[in-house]
Design a protein around this ligand. Structure first.
Ligand code: ADP
Ligand code: ZN
Length: 437
């Protein structure tokens, strides 16, 4: 394969050099951190009063973790390291799990962030001949502007279409010959269903690839999108606390996401003991930003679950790879005492070819027991008025799920296109059980 590198010197940098670069940048970042009210006190409490106290990368472990709770406590300016007049932009998280957190950028921060996203996009084979339709939410959410800037940086024609409105999306694809898409995986599946409904032939479009991220999805979902739309789909991972997109991305080997270690330090810990896991074991990703001056964030507990791949990648990049993120540690549902991750359910149902492009997991209280219902759409070519094959399909889904999650769910089949679709991140779980206070 002919691999394309945006910055070969950095992307293929030998590990010892890369680690020396990390140490240098970490010290600079600690310098920025010591200018924020939050870290001045937090680092002070462990005796770090100057960047010179960091002598090796291992010294990072002396720094306490930063949590989403800390970021909220520090709202609005507790994490700001520069005078307000130097700030040129703010972004916020989507607030999937509560109050959103805010991140500030100066001009150089924006340029550096843009460079990381450009590196990701270019590494998938895109160049200035591509037409890039950015079908994701713009605004405070980092996905829109983040990809927009990265796309322009490599010279693609960027269509800032934003999320939603499939009819308009199709029109843009047709009018301008879109070759590359960016969206959540759930929206890409929705686009495919709507395309079929509208009778738009895939061959009439110039699509080649898509970037899909912002929410967890399984390998089966990736394959489904690739097969339905005849495109290559690349997994994109980022979070607003670490700038947004551009943190980790798949290369053309599509086997794990390279985390850009010249911009971020990644650790994976056991969320209960807070100790590092062994290489290859799953745990919670902890990230330190090395490329932002205005809002330094050190050892941030992302709650995202992943593992490091141990073997080097065939593309020649030296930056380590993360396994596809399966969800957040706090996504776990406890159903009648059994632990279930929504990603386990997705993995099963998206592997069944008669199942359509959308699903919803419902958890309710029924008397003293919890009741799990999995609602899935059926493929557009399945007739809803023929009960026998539908019942057989339902039973097959139920049995396969039970084998995987050890719970027997109720399964409901719905017509293609009838389950709710959200414009931003998909809402896959509806848990109506009363919360313990
Ligand atoms: P919020 O935490 O409010 O959703 P963000 O908009 O910053 O805020 O979203 C970042 C989060 O989205 C990540 O921490 C992760 O949980 C999820 N995410 C982003 N990209 C991916 C991906 N490729 N796979 C799985 N989850 C992802
Ligand atoms: Zn690679």
């Amino acid at each position: 394969m002919n691999f394309q590198y945006w910055n070969p010197q950095i992307e293929k940098m030998p590990r010892p050099e890369l680690e020396a670069l990390q140490l240098e940048k970490l010290k600079a970042e600690i310098g920025h951190a010591l200018r924020t009210p939050f870290y001045k006190s937090r680092l002070g409490s462990v005796g770090i009063k100057s960047p010179d106290e960091i002598k090796t990368l291992d010294d990072l472990k002396k720094i306490p973790f930063t949590t989403k709770h800390d970021l909220r406590e520090g709202f609005p300016y507790g994490f700001l390291s520069i005078p307000k007049e130097e700030v040129v932009r703010l972004h916020a998280s989507s607030g999937t799990t509560g109050i959103p957190t805010t991140i500030y950028f100066n001009q150089d921060d924006i340029k550096r962030w843009t460079g990381y996203v450009a590196r990701c996009i270019f590494g998938t084979g895109c160049d200035k001949h591509d037409v890039f339709q950015n079908m994701i939410t713009y605004g405070l959410f980092t996905g829109g502007l983040g990809f927009h800037q990265g796309g322009e940086e490599i010279g693609m024609l960027v269509i800032p279409s934003g999320a939603g409105n499939t009819a308009r999306q199709f029109k843009l694809m047709q009018d301008f010959g879109t070759t590359v898409l960016h969206a959540t995986p759930s929206f890409l599946l929705h686009v495919e269903s709507k395309m079929r409904e509208a009778g738009i032939k895939r061959e009439s479009l110039a699509l080649k690839r898509a970037f899909a991220g912002a929410e967890p999805y399984s390998e089966d979902t990736r394959r489904r999108i690739e097969n339905l739309l005849h495109i290559d789909v690349y997994n994109s991972y980022g979070l607003s606390e670490m700038n947004g997109p551009g943190v980790a991305f798949e290369c053309q080997c599509k086997n794990g996401l390279h985390i850009w270690e010249d911009g971020y330090i990644a650790e994976i810990i056991n969320p209960d003991t807070l100790e590092p896991v062994k290489d290859g074991e799953t745990g919670e990703l902890v990230l330190t930003v090395l490329c932002r001056e205005a809002t330094p964030i050190l050892r941030y507990r992302t709650r995202d679950l992943t593992a490091f791949y141990t073997e080097p990648c065939a593309c020649g990049r030296t930056h380590r790879r993360l396994r596809r993120i399966t969800g957040r540690s706090d996504d776990m549902l406890i159903i009648n005492g059994v632990n279930v991750f929504p990603s386990q359910i997705e993995e099963v149902i998206m592997g069944i070819k008669e199942v359509g492009n959308n699903y919803l997991i419902v958890v309710e209280k029924e008397g003293v027991l919890d009741r799990l219902t999995v609602k899935t759409e059926v493929g557009a070519d399945i007739f809803m008025d023929d009960a026998r094959p539908l019942n057989a399909l339902k039973e097959r889904i139920r049995e396969t799920l039970q084998a995987s999650i050890s719970i027997s769910p109720r399964v409901e089949l719905h017509e293609s296109g009838s389950l709710p679709v959200s414009e931003g991140k998909a809402v896959r779980v509806k848990d109506t059980r009363p919360k313990d206070v």
